[in-house]
Write a protein that binds this ligand. Structure first.
Ligand code: ATP
Length: 523
C-alpha cells in the first residue's frame, strides 16, 4: 500500500465533509475555541465515552485484580458544572489556575508566553542584540530565524549573527527589542500577564460580586466534594474509585489545533481512593492500564507513548505523574497529552476539609491492631488519590488522526480505519439496484443488524449512486463492513461482503451476516 504522510488539513476537511466535526456557530463566522460534533462525531464520542464508562466504572480494568489482590471497584457520579465558588478557592483554581499571556500590539495576536521560544541574534560588531519570539512549533523556527536575520541586517548593517535559543518567560526587560511571532517590528509585545483560565458568570437576578460563580475547569473537584456522601450512602470501601464525565471549560489563551485545545471540552476522570501505603502501587496500576486501554481502542503503535514527568515538572503535592501522549500531525515529531495520570496524595481532600470544615477522613475497619476477638481496631486517615484524567475530545481527535489513511492506489483514496468498538457506523447494507426485490432484502437485513448491533452505532442503508461511490462514502465514515444485495443474492441467498481496510470482497450467506459481523466487531 502506498501511503502519504497525514495532513491535518485533509483530516479536518474529511471531518467536515462526513459530519464528524463542525465549527460551532459556523453560520455566524464561528467562535474561536468551540466545536460541535456532527452525527458521526457525536456517535464516535459517545462510543468513546461508553468504552471509558464500561472499562473504568462498570468493569474496571477489564475485571483485573488490583495490587491488593482483589477485583477493582468503582462507582459513577454526575456533578454540576457550577459549584459553590469556595470549591475553586479550595482546589487552588481561583488563586492559581493561570497562564501567562502576551499580546502583540501590531498584529492583535495573543500568545501563551510559555508556549513561545525565543531566538536570539547578536551582532558583535555593533554590540547590539535583537530577539524574535516564535511559537513552540518546529515549522516556524526556520521562518523566525530568517526574519531575525533580515531584521538584524536591516537595522544593524551586515554583521556576524549568532543565533541562540532561550526560554521565553523571563525576558521582560528585553521586550523593546523582541520581534513577535507574526510581527514586522520589534517592541510590539506586551509584558506577560497572568490570565485566569476560569470562565465566570453570576447566579440570580442581582448579579453582584457575591453572586459570582465559575464554570468548572475540571470534573475532578465534583468528586472530592461528594466523597463523603458516596462513602456514607453506598457500600464502597477503600480502595475504590469514583468516575465523573462531562463538560469542562477553560478560557484558553490560544485555542488551536482543531479540537485539541478548546474552550469547552469533555473530560472523563476517575479519582481512585486508597490507603497511603498502597498508593504507589495503585498509581503504577492505573498508569499502565490507561496506556493499555488507549491501545485497545485503536491507538496501538509508535504514535502513542507514556511519559513519566520529571521531578521538576510535578505539582508540589504530586508524588508521580505520567501522561499518555499521542503524536498528532500538528505536534509531530513531538507529542500532545491525551490523559494525565497523577498521584495526588491527600491534597484535594485535605484542602476541602480545611475550607469546608467537613470531615473528609475515612475510618478503615480493616486496619489497625488486631483485637482479642480477632477483629481490627480500625484506622482513621485521609485517603490518597490516584487520578487518571482523560480528555474525550482529544481522545476522539487522536482516534480520527490515527484512523485517517490515504492510499492513492484505491479508487477512493481516503478512509478511516476506526476500531470497530468506536466506529459510529457498524455496518452498511446496500441493494445493488433499487429494484428486483433487492431493496426489500436489504431492508430486512438492515433491521436484523440494527436490532443486534444498533446500540453501538448506525446500520446504514443506502440505495443511491453507484456502488463504488457508496463504498467510498462508507470508507470515509470509517464503516468497517458493507454488505451488498445483488443478482446472486436472489439466486443463492448470498451477499457480497466488503472489507473497509483491504477493500476486498467475499461472498457470505445472507443468514450468516449477523454471526460474521458479531465476530468481526467483537460484539
Ligand atoms: P494542557 O497542558 O494540554 O493544557 P492539562 O495538563 O492542563 O493540559 P489536565 O488538567 O490534566 O490537562 O486535564 C486532563 C485532560 O483534559 C487532558 O489530558 C486533556 O485530554 C483534556 N483537556 C485539558 N484541557 C483541554 C482543552 N483546552 N481542550 C481539550 N481538552 C483538554
Amino acid at each position: 500500500m502506498t501511503t502519504t504522510p497525514k495532513s491535518m488539513d485533509a483530516i479536518m476537511a474529511l471531518c467536515k465533509r462526513r459530519g464528524f466535526v463542525y465549527q460551532a456557530s459556523e453560520i455566524y463566522g464561528g467562535i474561536n475555541g468551540f466545536w460541535d460534533y456532527g452525527p458521526l462525531g457525536a456517535q464516535l464520542k459517545k462510543n468513546l465515552r461508553d468504552a471509558w464508562w464500561q472499562d473504568m466504572i462498570m468493569n474496571p480494568a477489564w475485571g483485573r485484580k488490583g495490587p491488593n489482590g482483589e477485583r477493582v471497584r468503582c462507582v459513577p457520579l454526575e456533578t454540576c458544572i457550577i459549584q459553590h465558588p469556595k470549591v475553586w478557592a479550595a482546589s487552588g483554581h481561583v488563586g492559581g489556575f493561570n497562564d501567562p499571556m502576551v499580546d502583540c500590539r501590531e498584529t492583535k495576536m495573543r500568545y501563551r508566553a510559555d508556549h513561545l521560544r525565543l531566538v536570539h541574534a547578536t551582532n558583535e560588531r555593533k554590540s547590539g542584540r535583537f530577539f524574535a519570539f516564535i511559537e513552540n512549533d518546529p515549522d516556524t523556527l526556520e521562518s523566525a530565524l530568517k526574519k531575525l536575520g533580515k531584521y538584524v541586517r536591516r537595522d544593524m548593517g551586515q554583521g556576524d549573527t549568532e543565533i541562540l535559543e532561550f526560554s521565553a518567560l523571563d525576558m521582560e526587560e528585553e521586550l523593546p527589542r523582541v520581534v513577535g511571532p507574526h510581527a514586522k517590528e520589534a517592541g510590539t509585545l506586551t509584558p506577560p500577564r497572568q490570565f485566569n483560565l476560569m470562565f465566570h458568570s453570576y447566579t440570580g437576578a442581582t448579579a453582584g460580586e457575591d453572586d459570582k460563580v465559575y464554570l468548572r475547569p475540571e470534573t475532578a473537584q465534583g468528586i472530592f466534594v461528594q466523597f463523603k456522601n458516596v462513602v456514607d450512602t453506598t457500600r464502597v470501601k477503600i480502595p475504590f474509585g469514583i468516575g465523573n464525565t462531562g463538560r469542562s471549560f477553560r478560557n484558553e489563551v490560544t485555542p488551536r489545533n482543531f479540537t485539541f485545545r478548546s474552550r469547552e471540552f469533555e473530560q472523563a476522570e476517575l479519582e481512585f481512593f486508597c490507603h497511603p501505603d498502597e498508593s504507589q502501587d495503585w498509581y503504577r496500576f492505573w498508569r499502565d492500564f490507561r496506556m493499555e486501554w488507549w491501545k485497545s481502542i485503536g491507538l496501538a503503535g509508535e504514535n502513542l507513548i507514556l511519559r513519566e514527568h520529571d521531578k521538576d515538572e510535578l505539582s508540589h503535592y504530586s508524588v508521580g505523574t505520567s501522561d499518555v501522549e499521542y503524536r498528532f500531525p500538528f505536534t509531530a515529531p513531538g507529542f500532545g497529552e491525551l490523559e494525565g495520570i497523577a498521584h495526588r496524595g491527600c491534597f484535594d481532600l485535605t484542602q476541602h476539609q480545611q475550607h469546608s470544615n467537613a470531615k473528609l477522613d475515612y475510618f478503615d475497619t480493616t486496619r489497625g491492631e488486631t483485637l482479642p476477638n480477632g477483629g481490627k481496631k480500625g484506622e482513621r486517615y485521609i485517603p490518597h488519590c490516584i487520578e487518571p484524567a482523560a480528555g474525550l475530545d482529544r481522545g476522539a481527535l487522536a482516534l480520527l488522526c490515527e484512523a485517517y489513511t490515504r492510499d492513492d492506489s484505491r479508487p477512493s483514496p481516503e478512509f478511516l480505519k476506526l476500531n470497530p468498538r468506536v466506529a459510529p457506523i457498524k455496518a452498511a447494507v446496500f441493494p445493488l439496484v433499487d429494484k428486483d426485490g433487492m431493496p426489500e432484502i436489504a431492508e430486512r437485513l438492515t433491521d436484523e443488524l440494527f436490532a443486534r448491533f444498533g446500540r453501538g452505532g448506525f446500520i446504514e442503508s443506502d440505495a443511491k449512486q453507484s456502488i463504488g461511490k457508496r463504498y467510498a462514502r462508507m470508507d470515509e465514515a470509517g464503516c468497517p463492513f458493507c454488505f451488498t444485495i445483488d443478482g446472486e443474492t436472489l439466486k443463492d441467498q448470498s451477499v457480497t461482503c466488503r472489507d473497509r481496510d483491504s477493500g476486498t470482497q467475499q461472498r457470505i450467506a445472507l443468514d450468516q451476516v449477523k454471526v460474521f459481523l458479531g465476530e468481526k466487531l467483537g460484539m
